[in-house]
Design a protein around this ligand. Sequence first.
Ligand SMILES: Cc1ncc(COP(=O)(O)O)c(C=O)c1O
Length: 410
Amino acid sequence: MTAPTVIPMNESPLASPMPRQAAVAATMESPILGTYKRAPVEFVRGSGVYLYDAEGKGYLDFVSGIAVNALGYDDTGLKTAIHAAAEGLVHTSNLYSTSAGERLAAALVAKSFADKVFFCNSGAEANEGAFKFARRWARNLGDAKHEIIALRGAFHGRLFGTLAATDRPGYRLPFRPLTPGISIFERDLHELDAALSEDTVAALIVEPVQGEGGVRVLDHGFLRELRAMTKARHIALILDEIQCGLGRTGTLFAHEQAGIVPDMVTLAKPIAGGLPMGAVLMTNEIASVIKAGDHGTTFGGGPFVATVALHVLDRLSDPALLEHVREVGAWFGKQLNEIAHRTSRVRQVRGVGLMWGIDVMGTAAHVVSEALGRGLLICSAGDYTVRMLPPLVATQDELLRGLQILEEVL
Ligand SMILES: Cc1ncc(COP(=O)(O)O)c(C=O)c1O
């Protein structure tokens, strides 16, 4: 008989009194595929801008489920909308129309440049749809017109089409060969001028504020030049507002601030208050070439999510909320710059509205983990950028509390 292995108490993860280690052990044993490095904490409830773990410890949330929970937690209006939605039909498929889907599409059209809307279930799916619609439209203009161009620092998703438009070598390399006909170019007008051939390019996809790529606010003049260039060459301009849209930058759509009219806009994240939903907004010019069967999805825009999204859209387009985001956002950015000055631990501050990134000395992961220990949730956007995406309803006092913790950590 072999002797049983004795694990010294101080080496056994389960012997540790620290919930952090227990949670790590739980993660290792989880039957969920390990595509995420999950933080060693589990939240059991939320209220306002706070999440709570099972021991009742509160965490001030500047992640918002990665820009999803714009209304914070336990919001009365959102709960009422979800209850009302549950009273009706949950799903009938896209073989039949539903009044909730029709009303949501009409509301999105009324609030935007768009004439038509395609609903799906996530951000990557919205971008995949936009790529297909752009190609379908462009092929009518020339047989070779099929290329899709994205920008340095872009993140558009991790499905095969969107992965080819996502500028993260670590995400891309293990999955080569990537989808052909999709390339990444520098955020440089001269380079793009050469790349954007009228004969071969169908679409340019751009995040007005790059999120995962480090919170980079694209210059309004740059966006306007891109719009002019793509218009003149009959290239569809797709704006990915999955992270920066729906109020996050202080206007319902981020591109409004640059004064441009795109051909398509993709949305997801906050649109249905945490339920999975994506949308592609487009002009009649694009929509007119799309025929039944060109694209599809079983769940997209079903009555349950659409009913909830109608409520969320109404709330996120409230001028008072948008004004609040602009006001506290400007103040938040100023505070971050002051923290950078006081601590000398921040190389650069970037952002707009309630979407901010700071480049830190040392790694972002270290700052994120230290903040977690002090009850503040923040996330990274690349190795050295700490990203903050508080709920849009956060008050100045709540934001100040988070900034105080961040300063302590730095
Ligand atoms: C700008 C942008 N586009 C696309 C996506 C992909 O969205 P999803 O994770 O819902 O597929 C994300 C997700 O972070 C995003 O930030």
